[in-house]
Design a protein around this ligand. Structure first.
Ligand SMILES: [Zn+2]
Ligand SMILES: [Zn+2]
Length: 146
């Protein structure tokens, strides 16, 4: 589904209007391959609407996040990153030594999500999350230098 169709669908019945700015911000996240920070979204918005301030971008991203159209994840880079929820569900392993990120298939997370629902009746928001640790290369390097 295109970003546009998805947003129209998500906004239906919420009382929020589909403004050109909201649509544009969604379009930027949509056209971006992978993750994007609010600062980067703001830069791109300003190419067309120089008067839009970053708080508008933040507010819109928060709205899109509440509607679960985009995900917001701290990947350890100092600012949170946004990505379209409709992208194939996935997660990230982030090395806190070299900052490398490894894509994690949602198949790893689905059993956990199911167990949480069964055992706790808890519906976890695990659309896109980052798990921090040490990557294979860094572990091997550390082992070799001992
Ligand atoms: Zn991602
Ligand atoms: Zn590493």
């Amino acid at each position: 589904m295109s970003g546009h169709g998805q947003l129209v669908e998500a906004l239906r019945g919420t009382g929020y209007r589909l403004t050109p700015q909201r649509l544009m911000i969604l379009g930027i996240v949509h056209d971006n391959e992978g993750h994007i920070t609010a600062e980067k979204v703001h830069e791109k918005v300003r190419e067309q609407y120089p008067y839009v301030d970053i708080s508008t971008v933040y507010r819109t991203l928060q709205l899109l996040k509440r509607l679960r159209v985009v995900t917001e994840t701290d990947l350890g880079g100092g600012s949170v990153e946004y990505e379209l929820t409709a992208n194939r569900p996935h997660h990230h392993l982030v090395c806190h030594n070299c900052s490398k990120t490894i894509r994690l298939d949602d198949g790893f997370v689905q059993p956990l999500r199911d167990r949480l629902r069964e055992d706790y009746g808890f519906e976890a928001d695990m659309d896109h999350f980052a798990m921090f640790g040490i990557c294979k290369d860094c572990r091997e390097q550390a082992a070799a230098s001992q």
